[in-house]
Ligand binder design. Structure first.
Ligand code: DGL
Length: 266
């Protein structure tokens, strides 16, 4: 296949990665995208590093068979393991954590709150990357064990979601009066309005915007952008299709032109 016409791959533990697809479509409208959401195994955030690594590798192997030109690791939880995964792939991997953390450094924020999965928070890769560029930035992180799974199940019960957001963000604010909050799990920007309603004083940072910019910079640098006007979106999932169609609409995505269940081999 002509190099520039190859699709961009995007992976996530579930439907949350569509928030990254939204930003890639905005910045790179001509690109074909193959998105894989591993909903059959979601949540990843309560699993061990070895389990997450093995599950992520299966998605990357699938995308390799689809001849992608690069992969955006939309999932913050998987991105915590990006250094291990990079050695396994013949294409570039763009980590959402690296893009998000570099933004915090560039903005010179004195302090920042961060809400992610329990794995992302305990792995500490965000903190390490922020502190490498901004040693004095105070990073106050809190994991949620439940929010991503509620959203991935398509359970948009407003009061349950608001209760979980309030419980976790209150912990962050009790530690430091931060003004900025990184939504360090791809599922969370889907309920950004709930975060805004519960904490109107906080500025929300969605690292997906920065990750899309990193993907664009990579493709431009390597002269790999697709010259067509409008790309196609193919959604693959190991779980049910319904939530993917609901969230695609909610986020205002172009497409999907196809949405299918794909079972991955071990
Ligand atoms: N979407 C994933 C992330 O960005 C987490 C959801 C999960 O626990 O699987 O970290």
């Amino acid at each position: 296949m002509y190099q520039n016409s190859r699709p961009i791959g995007v992976i996530d533990s579930g439907v949350g990665g569509l928030t990254v697809v939204r930003q890639i479509q905005r910045l790179l409208p001509g690109e074909d995208i193959i998105f894989f959401g591993d909903s059959a195994n979601c949540p990843y955030g309560n699993r061990s590093a070895d389990e997450i690594y093995a599950l992520a590798l299966r998605m990357l192997r699938y995308l390799e068979s689809q001849e992608v030109k690069c992969v955006a690791i939309a999932c913050n939880t998987i991105s915590s393991l990006v250094d291990r995964l990079r050695g396994e792939c013949p294409f570039s991997l763009v980590s959402i954590i690296e893009s998000g953390a570099d933004y915090v450094v560039r903005e010179k924020l004195p302090s920042v709150g961060l809400i992610g999965t329990e794995f992302t928070v305990s792995a500490g890769v965000y903190d390490a990357r922020i502190h490498a560029g901004a040693p004095n930035c105070l990073v106050v992180s809190k994991g949620s064990a439940d929010l991503a799974s509620l959203i991935d199940r398509g359970d948009f019960n407003q009061s349950v979601i608001n209760e979980e957001i309030t419980a976790q963000v209150d912990v962050i604010l009790s530690r430091a009066p931060v003004k900025d909050l990184v939504l360090a799990c791809t599922h969370f920007p889907i309920v950004a309005d709930n975060f805004r309603a519960c904490f109107p004083q906080l500025r929300l940072i969605d690292p997906a915007e920065q990750q899309a910019l990193s993907v664009k910079n990579l493709l431009v640098y390597r002269s790999l952008t697709n010259p067509q006007t409008r790309g196609k979106l193919k959604i693959c999932t190991s779980g049910g299709l319904e939530v993917y169609l609901t969230v695609s609409k909610l986020l205002g995505l172009h497409g999907p032109e196809s949405c299918q269940v794909v079972s991955l081999e071990n």
